[in-house]
Write a protein that binds this ligand. Sequence first.
Ligand code: NAP
Length: 314
Amino acid sequence: MTTPQGADDELFDVVIIGAGAAGLAAGLYAARSRLKAVLLERLGAGGQLGLTEWIDDYPGFPEGISAADLTLAMEAQTRRFGLEITYDEAVAVALTEKVKVVTGGQRVYRAKTVIIASGGQPARLGVPGEVEFQGRGVSYCAVCDGAFFQDQPLAVVGGGDSAVEEGDFLTRYASHVTIIHRRDELRAAKILQERAFANPKISFLWNTVVEEIRGDAAVSGLRLRNVKTGAESALAVKGVFIFIGYRPNTAFLAGQVALDPNGYIVTDEAMRTNLPGVFAAGDVRQKVLRQLTTAVADGSIAALSADAYIKEHW
Ligand code: NAP
């Protein structure tokens, strides 16, 4: 990546916010459409890919591919077509006028269109061991990491739709899944509950919170506390999947773009938001499946929609 250069009065065709899979795909399609594009990334490319080690479900890699290698390959591919990728964090935006303004930490970007691909992050438990064992038994993605735990005991934390649905999914691989919930009643939809209750490989620990994730080279178990009795216990597991909510990165939009009740950006099929010339792609968007494949699809569509918008309105 480069550090930001250029005059503040430079006008881009498109500013893409976020270099996860959606932003990189948007950048690739924008560059191939010969749009004057800049992709802003605050930390490093990859987004949610950084949460996992190995990708087994991205078409085209029969043996799988490391998440880091896939990120590097995606970044290199966008660069091959001349995309400018810049380390800068979008801290504020003004998106309602024809010329959009994205204020970065280092400079101001003016553009005809903006693609918001700022992603989000899984909510964290904030307990000891969670950060240390991420990618070594702590996961936030069952579809990504479940298959690594063939015939192993797993724990799932949470009581919402994600925890119950993903817990059920994990029984395809795991010897057993223990769903740990802080209350004695699930928040998840009844149909998901019924499926989980009927699954002989799932058991529940109610009124229970995780106090610590333990292990050596990888996770070996959890220290738990019953919130009603205060009693502590231990649970031996090889992996713990945490599904206690997801936080889309939309704070910097300061209410300018329409969000759904869960905080995700509402778009149509062409990735158009409620604001002309403003598009959203990837995990930050309201959608049914948050996967690498769908992020890449969103980004590609958003870039072509931005191109079409420019042709029509500029
Ligand atoms: P969610 O509905 O917000 O549920 C989060 C769960 O985590 C709740 O059970 C909550 O407990 C628990 N929790 C929160 N903070 C915690 C903490 N610090 N420690 C322990 N437990 C904690 O999140 P979600 O399941 O990711 O779902 C998000 C949205 O996506 C929802 O609207 C959901 O309906 C939707 N969704 C739908 C589907 C589907 O339809 N198939 C699948 C996935 C998600 P409490 O219940 O005690 O608050």
